[in-house]
Design a protein. Structure first.
Length: 431
């Protein structure tokens, strides 16, 4: 099963084949409709003529709502086209001294206006690596160059600013409150699936606070942190990335970002399977002033490293392990709890160090590929949220800002204690 980011390439034969198959399926379905109760034309002609249908009255309330939202807010939707250069190296060519080759790639995604200045919110994975960005507006053929203003790769968010867009064409879409979103309410997704620009789909909110990995790994921050997102069954496909997810009032409640795609693991191209994810708009609202100020936002870290590391015997890669990964016998041998985050090291000068958090002092190797640094504090909870793994600690901190204070419940020498850690600007850089 693949968790695919839905940035799109231009449609080709594969998309056409799908369209043909759908046409064929519709024909088969139509031909299979039972005709036993059908009336002959002559019988129909003898019946009283039906009154003409009033289309406005015939529309369901939900349909009228959707049509109204599209008319009012789709002008705020933006099509984003990108150009990037990928450097590839053929191993055989490299062996004989060949130079790396550059490959130009075209991509597409979506975004939407968030203010009268023309700033556009989108996903980092749409524009983060682009060497050239162009945008296009609804019912327009003209493209406008754009540049990246601020980025937040760990949150998969970016802000871009186009050039020379007439002010009368800038139509910001109002931002809602994702904390008020409820399961079952209406959800409207806008974007450019498979490069079919300015497409609208509708569904419901399937779940809130769904925990999935979000963010684009970078050299400074190589892991995607589990974060709370909105799950929807509104059709989202490659190219919808960065587009808005709207409620029945036309307010943005999320930014379309990812899909679950069983077929993506086989074909390499994600396709919608009824489960899509949107970044809650409150996350973007919290970061928006800093994005507009041109910041490169990194997730906050308090400056602690895991005490348990395991080396893969085949690849040699070293990764952190959790207390729950250890056998019960091993935990009893070293008098370790079954849950919590065991602190191995504390970065000097970090928020954790300033708060007095302690790392381990004794290194043991219970197995050839396992190393543990014992004697450090065990973080039990962060502001009341239980911590059972390193991912839990990261998730508890991801929504924080510099200057925020977090309360850590810890175990030290078998005794429970509470310490307060103040996040600083420095903690926005990987430690």
């Amino acid at each position: 099963m693949s968790l695919a980011c839905n940035e799109s390439m231009k449609p080709g034969l594969t998309v056409l084949a799908v369209l043909v198959a759908l046409g064929l399926g519709a024909t088969i379905f139509r031909d299979s409709i039972p005709l036993g109760n059908a009336q002959s034309p002559s019988t129909t002609q003898n019946q009283e003529r039906a009154a003409p249908i009033n289309e406005d009255r015939a529309r369901l309330e939900n349909e009228r709502n959707t049509v109204d939202i599209v008319k009012r807010f789709e002008p705020g939707l933006v099509y984003i086209g990108t150009t990037s250069v990928a450097v590839t190296q053929d191993p055989l060519s490299q062996y004989f001294g060949g130079a790396p080759r550059q490959q130009v790639q075209q991509g597409a995604g979506s975004g939407f206006f968030v203010n009268d200045k023309g700033d556009i919110l989108t996903n980092y994975h749409v524009v983060g690596e682009a060497s050239q960005i162009e945008i296009r507006l609804l019912n327009g053929q003209r493209t406008y160059p754009a540049r990246v203003i601020g980025t937040a790769a760990a949150y998969d968010l970016a802000l871009i600013r186009p050039q020379n867009v007439p002010s009368n064409l800038v139509k910001p879409i109002p931002l809602g409150d994702s904390s008020q979103v409820q399961v079952g309410q209406k959800a409207i997704a806008m974007g450019a699936p498979f490069n079919f620009d300015f497409t609208v789909t509708e569904g419901i909110v399937s779940a809130v606070n769904r925990l999935v990995p979000v963010g684009v790994p970078t050299s400074e921050d190589p892991t995607a942190v589990p974060q709370r997102v909105i799950q929807t069954d509104a059709a989202i496909n490659p190219g919808n990335s960065g587009g808005p997810l709207l409620d029945s009032s036309g307010r943005v409640i999320g930014i379309n970002s990812q899909i679950i795609s069983p077929s993506g693991a086989v074909t390499g191209q994600g396709q919608f399977a009824g489960i899509g994810f949107a970044i809650p708009i409150n996350v973007a609202k919290r970061l928006l002033p800093r994005l507009q100020a041109g910041e490169t936002i990194r997730r906050p870290l308090i400056g602690v490293q895991a005490a348990i590391v395991v080396q893969d015997p085949q690849t040699g890669e070293v990764d952190a392990a959790n207390l729950s990964d250890l056998s019960s016998a091993l935990r009893r041998q070293y008098n370790l709890p079954s849950s919590g985050f065991l602190v191995g090291q504390v970065t000097p000068g970090s928020p954790a160090a300033k708060a007095g958090l302690r790392g381990g002092t004794r290194v043991v190797n219970p197995a050839r590929n396992v190393q543990m640094r014992l004697g450090g504090d065990v973080i039990v909870s962060v502001d009341g949220t239980l911590i059972n793994a390193q991912e839990d600690l990261q998730s508890a901190l991801i929504a924080r800002n510099p200057g925020d204070k977090v309360r850590l419940e810890i175990k030290r020498g078998g005794q429970n204690q509470t310490i307060t850690v103040t996040l600083t600007q420095e903690s926005q850089r990987r430690q």
